[in-house]
Design a protein around this ligand. Structure first.
Ligand code: ADP
Ligand code: ZN
Ligand code: ZN
Length: 759
């Protein structure tokens, strides 16, 4: 076998490296190599025509052919160029390293994959791979499943086969238990319920009376029942569904308030796509909070749904990806990175709650799943549907100018009405009470009445901890993190002052570290304090606090929400975590402690984000049979975001906000690139950006702002500066990337279409 210089990229902050590798290895194949004496996985880019001297050979070839479907490889290449990151970094998001091909796989003609490898027949392997991706060749044992034991849960299901006249007593017990459970049960539960051994199940399976299915997707959702309800679509829903042209690329914006039946539209379209033999990629902002959706999906498409769960352990994730690669599940539901799932023949992409910030990655590679979903749909030649009750202004604008097709749902088929919103002007409260008010009289009264009726209340404050910061009354200094330019937050339960950026913590000092005065004072309340005060105000209420501090354990948030759903909680207190997901049948009062909180952040999207959060939280009240009330406390009742959130009027908000964006040349009327530099000194960071600036100044159509200090100038002892690029569209920003490529691992990183300006 001839070895030739081959460019190989690693998922590390390094430029591509050149190794000796078998001639003819196609791009996209993974290989094992050594870098500085440690083993790493790399992706073949192609032959190197100008190789450096003294090359090492690769250790081994991992894949017989590229495992990602061709359209997905194109997508990765596009994303690599667009976001300025190597394909290997993106590959790591869609193909876990543990996914290994089994070279002993039999090709059917007595030959094995390893024979072709040993012959160096890469061209034949490539053709084989292409046939496999087209579904023409099946290689059932292509992947190692050896280490997969224990992954997922086994479910036992009753088959359609008629019940025979004679079964053994033990078998009868199993069938009866299954019948009682509605036809399906987890294996472990069934064995316990019927008090039989697994061998009885084996016998029943051989007779075709039951089947055993591995269900990875049930891991997080095992408490939820599968929902079998099937609805008749109303006229609006049918119109929306029929407007989507399958088999060609177009972007649709499905706009309708929560409860207007968007999910039913998705389900109907998914069914049509599956019937046409294609597959469905279904993106959700957060999977742990969507048990109801998964239960509906499972009810409609039993056994056909794979779930990319962020909380799954590594083995489970691998199992999931293998199911996709082996073509076992035509529907894949997942969060952000699922947009890169190795699903082939995609016929429909759904992006639910498309406005959610969680679709954008805040770490390298900083992809935006919604934007990539659109690109993927274009490559696959299929429709993509962005759904929302409060679309992002980007998507709304695109629909207004006709780039996206707007589909609307105006009714609420299940009939529940929008909650009533009451505004409390906190300035008036201050005037009458002459002190800062956390709970206005109106809110307290409403809470009292809600609890008396045995209903639930939810209070939102988007700040955790007990007190926001401590200051010294003598010298006026604030206690700050020694490693970051930010104040420390007081956590009373833990008796610690903590930095929310770097995790630094310390025992609260007795005296001011600067002037030794003992007059330290806590300022600004957080969820922990709200909980404390509520407990004093309503001593008999069962209060549950949900924020990052109380939900750091895996599954804690889900468990808490479930308890609330089952009525085991009277008052829910928490941060924006509460805004999404579960429906609480008994929740009739939502209190927003301080609606202005998010407005003060220096970010042009502050108003939009506040509007989204407030409407979302408000929507939590009275979704079921009971009517709901929202009490919104604010110091700025005249702010457009507040006014329109109170009226739950998205279009009104968009109409007011868009001209402001246009005037300021912000998205959706402009494209942005944010270059961030981090260094050990502010000067170093500044220098790096100044050099970059001078190279960018020649790029036509680009406006450069900065370099400036980042909003938080220092985190973890690293100094941060930034440079913002603006252009009327994305083209010049791509040119800028070519004009000044950033060396991997350098001081500067690029954030295209940045979403977060606060940090
Ligand atoms: P969305 O996704 O917009 O929040 P859903 O699709 O979840 O809305 O619908 C909200 C509720 O209304 C669900 O319980 C759903 O089953 C029900 N529903 C939706 N469409 C219909 C319909 N055409 N007829 C009866 N009930 C419906
Ligand atoms: Zn002091
Ligand atoms: Zn810190």
């Amino acid at each position: 076998m001839t070895l030739i210089p081959t460019r190989i990229e690693l998922a590390r902050p390094l430029p591509p490296l050149t190794y000796l590798a078998p001639e003819g290895l196609p791009p996209g194949v993974r290989v094992r190599v050594k870098v500085r004496n440690s083993a790493a996985t790399g992706i073949v880019l192609g032959a190197d025509s100008a190789p450096p001297p003294k090359l090492k050979a690769i250790d081994s070839v991992m894949d017989p052919f590229p495992l990602l479907p061709p359209h997905l490889r194109e997508l990765l290449e596009f994303a690599g160029r667009y976001y300025g990151c190597g394909v290997a970094h993106l590959m790591a998001l869609c193909l876990p390293q543990g996914v290994l091909a089994d070279w002993e796989t039999d090709l059917g003609d007595g030959q094995k994959l390893s024979d072709l490898r040993d012959l160096g027949a890469w061209e034949r392997l490539r053709l084989l791979g292409e046939a496999w991706h087209r579904g023409e060749t099946r290689l059932p044992s292509l992947f190692h499943r050896r280490n997969m034991r224990g992954a997922g849960l086994t479910e036992v299901r009753r088959t359609d086969r008629p019940h025979p006249l004679k079964v053994s007593a033990l078998q009868a017990k199993v069938l009866a238990a299954l019948e009682e459970a509605g036809g399906a049960m987890l294996e472990a539960d069934l064995i316990q319920a019927a008090t039989v051994s697994a061998s009885v199940l084996g016998t029943l399976e051989r007779h075709g009376l039951v089947e055993r299915v591995k269900r990875l997707d049930l891991l997080a959702q095992r408490r939820e029942d599968v929902i079998h309800k099937r609805v008749e679509l109303n006229e609006e829903q049918l119109h929306a569904t029929d407007s989507v042209v399958l088999g060609t690329f177009a972007t649709y914006l499905l706009y309708g308030v929560t409860g207007s039946g968007k999910t039913e539209v998705y389900l109907e379209l998914a069914e049509r796509v599956l019937a046409a033999g294609k597959r469905v990629l279904w993106l959700v902002p957060e999977i742990g909070l969507t048990p109801r959706l998964l239960a509906r999906l499972e009810g409609r498409f039993p056994g056909l749904v794979a779930v990319g769960h962020a909380g799954l352990n590594a083995t489970e994730k691998q199992a999931d990806v293998m199911r996709l690669l082996q073509d076992e599940c035509p529907i894949f539901v997942g969060v952000r990175n699922a947009v890169l799932a190795p699903l082939r023949d995609v016929g429909l992409i759904l992006v639910d709650e498309e406005q959610e910030g969680s679709y954008k990655s805040e770490e390298h590679p900083r992809i935006h799943a919604r934007d990539l979903a659109i690109k993927r749909a274009q490559l696959e030649g299929c429709p993509v549907i962005l759904g929302s009750a409060t679309p992002s202004l980007e998507s709304w604008h695109a629909a207004q100018v006709g780039r996206y097709r707007l589909l609307r749902l105006r009714e609420r088929p299940a009939g529940s009405s929008l909650p009533k919103v009451e505004v409390v002007d906190l300035r008036d409260c201050y005037k009458t009470q002459r002190k800062k008010v956390i709970f206005s009289p109106l809110l307290l009264q409403a809470m009292g009445r809600t609890l008396e009726r045995g209903e639930q209340a939810m209070l939102l404050l988007n700040r955790r901890g007990f007190e926001n910061y401590w200051m010294c009354r003598a010298c006026g200094k604030t206690l700050e993190c020694p490693h970051c330019d930010i104040s420390l937050t007081y956590h009373k339960g833990a008796y610690r002052l903590r930095c929310h950026l770097c995790g630094f913590e310390t025992a609260p000092p007795e005296a001011c570290p600067s002037c030794q005065s003992e007059h330290l004072r806590g300022v600004g309340e957080g969820t922990e304090q709200i909980e404390d005060q509520l407990q004093a105000l309503f001593p008999h209420a069962r209060i549950l606090r949900l924020d990052r501090d109380t939900t750091s354990r895996r599954g804690a948030l889900e468990a808490g929400l479930l308890a609330a759903e089952h009525g085991e909680v009277d008052i829910l207190v928490g941060t924006q975590m509460l805004a999404k997901g579960h429906t609480f049948p008994k929740l009739t009062l939502v209190g927003i402690i301080n609606a202005d909180q998010g407005l003060k952040i220096a970010d042009f999207r502050a108003a939009e984000r506040t509007f989204h959060l407030l409407t979302q939280v408000a929507g939590r009240a009275g979704r079921a049979e009971l009517a709901g009330t929202v009490i919104l406390q604010t110091y700025s009742p005249d702010h457009p975001a507040i006014i329109h959130a109170v009226a739950q009027n998205f279009e009104g908000f968009a109409q007011e906000e868009l001209p402001y964006r246009e005037g300021m040349h912000y998205p959706p009327y402009a494209a942005l690139s944010l270059y961030r530099a981090e260094a050990d000194s502010p000067l170093e960071a500044m220098d790096a950006l100044k050099k970059l600036r001078s190279r960018l100044e020649t790029v036509p159509g680009v406006r450069i702002l900065g370099p400036l200090e980042a909003p938080v100038p220092r985190i973890k002892d690293r100094y941060r500066m930034q440079l913002l690029l603006k252009a009327s569209n994305r083209g010049p920003l791509s040119q800028a990337m070519q004009a000044a490529p950033l060396p991997p691992g350098g001081a500067i990183t690029l954030d295209r279409d940045p979403l977060n300006f606060g940090g």
